[in-house]
Design a protein around this ligand. Structure first.
Ligand SMILES: [Fe+2]
Length: 355
C-alpha cells in the first residue's frame, strides 16, 4: 500500500463565489466553475473543489464548521487501493463512486476518500542564493514574479480534541509514518508513499489559543510554492486584491524547517503558502519537540503567547544538544521506532506526548 499524497481537498463553504475569487487570486489554476462549484487543478494533478456547505456532495461527518470537509488521498496503484479499501471495510461502511473512488469515515469521524492518483512531476528552479564569500549567482538577477502559483498540496491540518486518536487511525489503518511530535500541541504524519515532512497534522483543539474551541475543525491547507520570494509575492498580491493580511506574517518553522505564510481564508480556517520544507524518507528518526521552540525559528509578528519562546529560555529538542540523563528515559519512550516504521521488529508503541 502506498498513499502518495493529497489528491483532492473538498471545501464546504458559505460563499462559493467569494471562495472561488479568493483561490484564483491565491494563484490556484482554475479548471472549471459554475454557480454551484469551482474546481482548481494544481500542476501535480491534485484538485481543490469548492462547494456550498449544504451541497449534497459534502459528506456527512463529525467536522464542525466549514472548510475542508473531505480529503481524498491519492493511492499509487489499483491493487494498493483495493487492499486499503478491503482493510477499512472490515469495521466501517465504505461507499464507492462510479469511478471507483472510495469514501468512509475515520475513527474520529472525519470524511476521507481514496482513489488512484496519477501524480504529475512538477518542476521548480529557485534562484541560487548568494552570501558573503559564497557566490552562486554573479551578474545574474533573481527572477521576478507577479503572483504566486502553488504547484502542490503539501499538507492538511485539523484541530482535534484528541490528536492521538486522530493520528492513530492514520498510523494503524492507513500506514502513515510519524514525522515529529510537538509535545502537547500536535502530531505530524507522512503518507507512506510521500516524502513531504508531513501530509497531515492534528492540532490539539483544547489548547488555550485563539481559533481553538475544543471541537473537531478544519484548520488549514498548505500549498507549495518555489521559495520565500514566491511566498511574499503571493501575500503582497493578495493584499492588493483586498484580502485580509496574515496575522503572523512570514516565518519559518523549526519543525520541518519550512517557510510559512498563513492567510485568513473565506472558506474558514487559513490558506498557507509553504516553501523550503524538509523532505523525509523511512530513515527519518522522529523527534519530540518543545512546542513553542519547535513552532518557529523566526516570525514577523510575534503574538503575545510567543514572546516567551526565546530559544535560550526553552529546552532544546533531542538530536540537537546532549540530553540530560534524567530526561533520556522519557524521550526514549516517547520516540518509538515502531510508530515511525510499523514494519520494524520492535514492541508495539505507546502514544508519544499525549498520554
Ligand atoms: Fe501548515
Amino acid at each position: 500500500m502506498a498513499i502518495i499524497g493529497i489528491e483532492t481537498v473538498l471545501y464546504g463553504v458559505d460563499d462559493v463565489q467569494l471562495c472561488t475569487r479568493y483561490f484564483t487570486d491565491f494563484g490556484l489554476p482554475l479548471l472549471e466553475s459554475s454557480d454551484e462549484h469551482a474546481h482548481f487543478r494544481l500542476d501535480e494533478g491534485s484538485n481543490v473543489i469548492i462547494r456550498h456547505i449544504s451541497d449534497d456532495a459534502i459528506p456527512k461527518s463529525a467536522l464542525v464548521g466549514t472548510g475542508v470537509c473531505e480529503v481524498i488521498w491519492g493511492v499509487d496503484r489499483q491493487d494498493s487501493l483495493d487492499r486499503l479499501v478491503n482493510s477499512l471495510a472490515v469495521d466501517r461502511e465504505v461507499r464507492f463512486d462510479a469511478d471507483g473512488t472510495a469514501h468512509c469515515l475515520t475513527d474520529d469521524g472525519l470524511a476521507v476518500g481514496f482513489r488512484v492518483f496519477r501524480k504529475n512531476p512538477v518542476y521548480s528552479s529557485p534562484d541560487p542564493v548568494n552570501s558573503p564569500g559564497n557566490i552562486n549567482r554573479i551578474n545574474t538577477q533573481r527572477k521576478w514574479k507577479a503572483k504566486a502559483r502553488p504547484k502542490t498540496i503539501q499538507h492538511v491540518v485539523f484541530q482535534s480534541p484528541d490528536p492521538d486518536k486522530s493520528w492513530s487511525f492514520y498510523r494503524d489503518r492507513l500506514g502513515f509514518r510519524l514525522s515529529d511530535v510537538q509535545k502537547g500541541f500536535g502530531i505530524f504524519g507522512r503518507a507512506d508513499g510521500a516524502n513531504d515532512h508531513h501530509n497531515v497534522y492534528f492540532l490539539n483543539a483544547k489548547l488555550p489559543f485563539p481559533g481553538l474551541d475544543g471541537n473537531l475543525r478544519f484548520d488549514h491547507v498548505n500549498y507549495g510554492v518555489e521559495d520565500l520570494d514566491e511566498v511574499m509575492v503571493g501575500a503582497n498580491y493578495m493584499q492588493r486584491r483586498g484580502w485580509p493580511k496574515s496575522e503572523w506574517g512570514l516565518g519559518r518553522h523549526r519543525i520541518a524547517s519550512s517557510i510559512f505564510m498563513y492567510l485568513p481564508c473565506p472558506t474558514g480556517g487559513q490558506a498557507e503558502y509553504g516553501a523550503d520544507s524538509d523532505y523525509l524518507d523511512d530513515s527519518w528518526v522522529p523527534r519530540v519537540w518543545n512546542p513553542m521552540f519547535g513552532f518557529f525559528s523566526f516570525i514577523h509578528n510575534m503574538a503575545p503567547f510567543m514572546l516567551d519562546a526565546a530559544p535560550w529560555e526553552w529546552e532544546y529538542a533531542p538530536g540537537y544538544t546532549p540530553v540530560p540523563d534524567a530526561r533520556l528515559a522519557d524521550l526514549t519512550r516517547a520516540i518509538d521506532p515502531k510508530k515511525a516504521h510499523p514494519q520494524a521488529d520492535v514492541a508495539p508503541p505507546q502514544a508519544p506526548g499525549f498520554s
